[in-house]
Design a protein around this ligand. Structure first.
Ligand code: MG
Ligand code: NI
Length: 466
């Protein structure tokens, strides 16, 4: 058996590797994207108080602390029987979630993924990065930094901390937003909005021009899952879950609290990450995807002017059906970036946003609750059980990268079949496989914080001789 290994993968959040299995006739049998670290949060939160969960679980990841905090606080509120939080708190939560998404989408598209579109395999890997971008396109690199910073500023204002927010508690938020803060962030966001428009244009240009010749073909067609509003509008903080099939037909719509009825998790031997699938359809037909591409495929509307127009344009790519090609994740991400700015600027105009009543009292009780938000990478599920004192007795979390695990493995396999020749992988092919992984923007940091001196994607080819 021969194997090609790419380890660790670079320019993604966290650490994983790709292993390619090659048979006796040099044919690629399969390829696997493996997440290498063991994630223990579900176990070690047992015994902690449920109101501590937003603080504890936001530390799962330095990239996605905001969505973890909000999924956690929603799950805790559901368990403790909180039906409604003050309108100001709701606005603040939507704004901080959008701020987190802005910094995250800008980071992924411009810092991590975009360099592959302008630097080919002839460029040394260390220059296929934001440092290469700074040298070659300093104006664009500065915009990337501005966009990211604008989202971080919002997280800092509402969350009380630039990376790990501390203000979401069961019953509301511990801090209100000052008038001065609103004026400051509006100014920053208006600039950000203009840059995000450029970003969407840029994404359209690079993905539509490179989709044919410079990208893994035959990417999987799957079902899609995301939160949607009651009339199928884009929704990130609340809504119901909607699943559509390969052709865009609705399969299921259900409240977040029913997710276990529809989603089952499978385990495979060579990865610490699970493989969720749609229970009714089974492990093979039930593969689905989440994230920006999934969201734009499951919804019918975006009711902001610019992102709404972009959604129409995006939908033409599928010719009446969902858009399946993985490269379009990047375009979908940039359309959402635009949406986050437009939607936030709208919410900031509501004077309730600076209201002083941000929290209601909450009593301890025995309970069970599910909290779901759309994180930048997709649907994030937290599910807790607590006893009478409020102590957590059990928990389950499904992070976006886990939902995408099966589809990600399919994409890596088709890329390997296309780019491994005579059992060998050249630098150009290696870059293509890395690009296939990066479309999903996998976040392994949600599981790992380890470090390796060689931060490159490791591709391993295994030769199978029997
Ligand atoms: Mg789990
Ligand atoms: Ni993460």
């Amino acid at each position: 058996m021969q194997k090609i290994v790419i380890e660790p993968i670079s320019r993604i959040e966290g650490e994983g590797k790709v292993t390619i299995f090659v048979g006796a006739n040099n044919e690629v049998i399969k390829a696997r994207f493996q997440m290498l670290e063991f994630r223990a949060f579900e176990e070690f939160v047992k015994g902690r108080m449920i109101w501590e969960m937003p603080l504890i679980t936001s530390k799962i990841c330095g990239i996605c602390p905001v969505p973890h905090q909000l999924a956690a606080v929603k799950a805790a509120e559901a368990a403790l029987g909180v039906k409604e939080i003050p309108p100001t708190a709701l606005l603040l939560r939507k704004l901080i979630l959008a701020g987190g998404a802005i910094q995250d989408h800008a980071l992924h598209f411009l810092y991590l993924a975009f360099p592959d579109f302008i630097f080919g395999a002839e460029t040394p890997p260390e220059k296929r990065s934001v440092t290469g971008l700074l040298e070659k396109h300093p104006d664009l690199a500065k915009k990337a930094i501005f966009l990211r910073k604008s989202g971080v500023r919002m997280v800092e204002m509402i969350g009380g901390n630039s990376i790990y927010p501390v203000t979401a508690v069961p019953g509301g938020m511990t801090k209100s937003l000052a008038q001065d803060d609103v004026r400051e962030i509006e100014k920053i966001y208006r600039q950000g909005l203009a840059m995000a428009e450029e970003c969407a244009e840029l994404a359209w240009k690079v993905v539509t021009s490179q989709v044919k010749d410079r990208f893994p073909q035959n990417t999987p067609t799957t079902k899609f899952l995301s939160l949607v509003s009651k009339d199928n509008e884009l929704a990130h903080y609340d809504g119901q879950l909607r699943i559509t099939d390969e052709k865009g037909n609705p399969l299921e719509t259900f409240p977040a609290s029913d997710y276990t009825t529809f989603i089952e998790e499978d385990v495979e031997r060579d990865s610490w990450a699970k493989f969720p699938f749609l229970r009714r359809l089974g492990r093979h037909d039930g593969v689905y995807r989440v994230g920006p591409l999934a969201r734009l495929n499951t919804i019918n509307w975006i009711r902001t002017e610019k992102a709404g127009a972009w959604l129409e344009k995006f939908k033409t790519l599928g010719g009446g059906q969902p858009v399946h090609e993985i490269i379009y994740y990047h375009l979908a991400r940039c359309i959402e970036l635009l949406y986050e700015y437009e939607m936030s600027l709208k919410l900031l105009k509501d004077e309730t946003v600076t209201g002083q009543e941000t929290r209601i009292p909450v009593a301890r009780r025995e309970g069970e609750g599910v909290g779901i938000v759309e994180a930048p990478r997709g649907t994030l599920i937290h599910h807790y059980w607590c006893g009478q004192r409020g102590e957590v007795t059990r928990s389950n979390m499904i992070v976006p990268t886990t939902h995408n695990n099966a589809a990600l493995n399919q994409a890596v396999t088709s890329a390997a079949k296309q780019f491994v020749n005579d059992g060998e992988l050249d630098e150009a092919g290696r870059q293509q496989i890395e690009m296939a992984v990066r479309t999903y923007d996998p976040c392994l940091s949600c599981a790992t914080h380890s470090w390796d001196a060689d931060r490159r994607l490791k591709i391993e080819i295994l030769r199978v001789d029997e």
